[in-house]
Design a protein around this ligand. Structure first.
Ligand SMILES: *Cc1c(COP(=O)(O)O)cnc(C)c1O
Length: 420
């Protein structure tokens, strides 16, 4: 046998749309930052980089949800394959749960179960990716959308979220960016990475803008109801009679169980436009060839949604509010970091780094690497979510850990501040 490399010509290549140069992900960047942790530091690592507080004892999910999963497994009713859109009792429970916040009633047929919100994003972008199509994404945003768009060769155009306006969408740029090949715009509310909540009036303007443009809204509401400021959470589906809305969500964040991988895609479409334009058929076709969430998790959904008590939800929101208060007062004590507005929802906040005040810190990435090395605190460089020389900080932590982490950030900045 000859050794192939010198004589054979191979026709395959890695898909260039999937290389790390074309796609940056939060997980990829955080892995790089974690590599700088100093093993000799006896202090615990404070993870303020990602949005999974499930390891903190105060964020443990409700026993109702744990029992629901155990009951579903023990019932032996959920050992088989599920239907590709998800089992009916789960879709019915989700339609009733979401309809509570809407002026009309969703049907179980509007609900598709997915492997977390993540797979719902995968489905919707794959379904919309026709040749030459483009999609409008927020900046700063959630890089899974950019990565998914790249995999599907869907052109991305960014509109800005405006820090001076509480991170509202710059609707003038949205109109300027769109053309006849634009298919959708994405909004994330409650906002990752900005920690903002869009008002009713602003969401209505979003709906009127997309109607004018003839596109649909993809509303990422994975943080639904995690709101603790002056604006209440309003689902985008409220405005679905103005323009069709595809909502993506999951139990991952509200129940603090991202590992359970149960999400949904919802067609909020009282006028039947998504059906008429072939979107619904494409969603079903895509799900026919996709893996499904584990059937016993689907089986647990009715109990989880129907039996979880309000006191669990308010406990989680109260901790997040307390964390946001701690965050906002501590961050004000750090001159090289400014926070344009106090977070009102979600688990994250964007803060601006004034690295000109710092010695030997090149940029946001350099800041995060050195912070990990010297203080064992992990935060995400803003460049990962589209804003260079900003930082995305997770405040969803045990309050005492958050205090500890922010004290270390302060000490780090004091040590690196330029001496006159
Ligand atoms: C966490 C997150 C997701 C993914 O949710 P899963 O249910 O864990 O798949 C999607 N969108 C945003 C904005 C998120 O922060």
């Amino acid at each position: 046998m000859e050794n192939g490399s010198s004589t054979a010509r191979w026709c395959f290549r890695g898909n260039e749309a999937m290389t790390t140069e074309s796609v940056s992900t939060i997980r990829g960047v955080l892995t790089e930052i974690y590599r700088n942790i100093n093993e000799a530091d006896p202090r615990p690592i404070i993870p303020l980089g990602h949005g999974d507080p499930s390891a903190f004892p105060c964020f443990r999910t409700t026993p109702i949800a744990e029992d629901a999963v155990a009951d579903a497994v023990r019932s032996a009713k959920f050992n088989g394959y599920a239907s590709t859109v998800g089992i009916l009792p789960a879709r019915r429970a989700i339609s009733e749960y979401l309809s509570k916040d809407l002026p009309y009633k969703l049907s179980p047929d509007d609900i598709y179960l997915t492997l977390g919100c993540n797979q719902a994003i995968e489905v919707v972008l794959a379904v919309l990716a026709r040749p030459n199509a483009n999609i409008l994404l927020p900046r700063p945003g959630f890089p899974t959308y950019e990565a998914r768009a790249a995999f599907n060769r869907l052109e991305v155009r960014h509109f800005d979220l405006l820090p001076e306006k509480g991170w509202e969408v710059d609707l003038d740029t949205v109109e300027a960016l769109a053309d006849k090949n634009t298919v959708a715009m994405v909004i994330i509310n409650p906002g990752n990475p900005c920690g903002n909540i869009f008002t009713y009036e602003h969401l209505k303007k979003v709906a009127e803008t997309v109607r004018k443009l003839g596109i649909l809204v993809i509303a990422d509401e994975v943080y639904h109801h995690l709101a603790f400021g002056s604006n209440p959470f309003v689902p985008m589906g409220v405005f679905a009679s103005i323009a069709p809305v595809i909502t993506v969500g999951s139990i991952s964040k509200r129940w603090v169980v991202p590992g359970w991988r149960l999400g949904w895609l919802v067609t909020n479409d009282p006028n039947g436009i998504l059906q008429e334009y072939g979107i619904v058929d494409c969603i079903k076709a895509y799900l026919n060839i996709s893996p499904d969430p584990a059937t016993f998790i689907q089986g647990a959904v009715p109990q989880i949604l129907e039996k979880t008590k309000d006191d669990f939800f308010s406990k989680i929101v109260d901790i997040l509010r307390q964390d946001a208060d701690i965050f906002y007062s501590r961050i004000k004590e750090i001159p090289c970091i400014t926070c344009p507005s106090k977070p009102e929802g979600c688990m994250f906040v964007m803060v601006k780094l004034n690295q000109t005040l710092l010695e030997d810190i090149k940029d946001d990435f350099d800041f995060c690497v050195k912070l990990a090395k010297e203080e064992s605190v992990i935060v995400l460089p803003g460049v990962t979510v589209g804003l260079k020389n900003w930082l995305r900080i997770t405040f969803a932590a045990e309050p005492s850990s958050l205090e500890d982490g922010l004290a270390r950030v302060k000490a780090f900045c004091q040590r690196h501040v330029k001496k006159q």
